[in-house]
Design a protein around this ligand. Structure first.
Ligand SMILES: [Fe+2]
Length: 233
């Protein structure tokens, strides 16, 4: 499996506290069946450049090799929808056109559609991070469906499907998977304890809803296409 959303890098956001924890997170991921991780620190402003992320990814990959942990980490970011749109293209997933975009949890900004359209018109492929955890979308999933078009992708959090965030979010996650609106499940892990970097249990929950083949697309096939910069079908 491939995890496309994980706060495994230290010293940038509220993810891993240091590289020791990054290694422990990678170890947990590996034991769960994850072999590749895209590091996606929160980017709210221009304080950290993509070069800062790449440096940490390179260093972590060296440590993973030295410690014989069979996981490869790739550079990426989780950009805020409030970030200056002109900066967003600098922070894509593994140097592709895919970019992971985060909404605030408590509402859906009225300018969201305009920003997504602007990103698409500039050649990017926006992926909406965990919409099932947004209060507006929980209350009214149509507000997400109205935003989507064929160039916009949806990633939900593994723990949402398995009930870690409560029944409302679990219901919304299941509704979106069942409706065929979800393209990826990712851990959004922040530490070795809080929201761990695991996907297997959520993949099994998705398989109950949509079957094993479709579930595999969410944790393996589509994430592999993202890493390679290929089309998601
Ligand atoms: Fe995240």
């Amino acid at each position: 499996m491939i995890d496309v959303h994980c706060h495994i890098l230290p010293d940038i956001d509220d993810g891993a506290s240091d590289f020791d924890e990054s290694l422990e997170m990678a170890n947990i991921a590996s034991k769960d069946g994850i072999c590749k991780i895209i590091a996606t620190p929160h980017i709210y402003d221009g304080k950290y450049a993509i070069g800062d992320i790449i440096k940490r990814v390179d260093y972590l990959n060296r440590l993973l090799k030295e410690n014989s942990i069979p996981v490869i980490v790739y550079p990426g970011a989780e950009v805020s929808i409030g970030l200056d749109p002109g900066m967003i293209p600098k922070y894509t997933l593994n140097h592709t056109k895919y970019t992971l975009v985060e909404f605030p949890h408590n509402h859906l900004p009225s300018f969201s559609g305009k920003i997504l359209a602007w990103l698409i018109s500039n050649g990017l492929k926006p992926i909406i991070a965990h919409p099932e955890r947004n209060y507006t979308i929980i209350r009214s999933p149509e507000s997400l469906l109205n935003l989507l078009d064929k160039n916009i992708y949806v990633q939900i959090t593994a723990g949402s499907l398995t009930g870690d965030f409560g029944v409302d979010i679990q219901y919304c996650a299941k509704f979106l998977v069942d409706s065929g609106k979800v393209d990826m499940i990712a851990s959004d892990a922040h530490s070795k304890e809080f929201r761990k970097p695991v996907l297997k249990e959520a993949a099994e929950a998705a398989a109950i809803l949509v079957g094993r083949k479709a579930s595999q697309r969410l944790v393996s096939t589509n994430p592999a296409a993202i890493l390679a910069g290929e089309e998601i079908h």
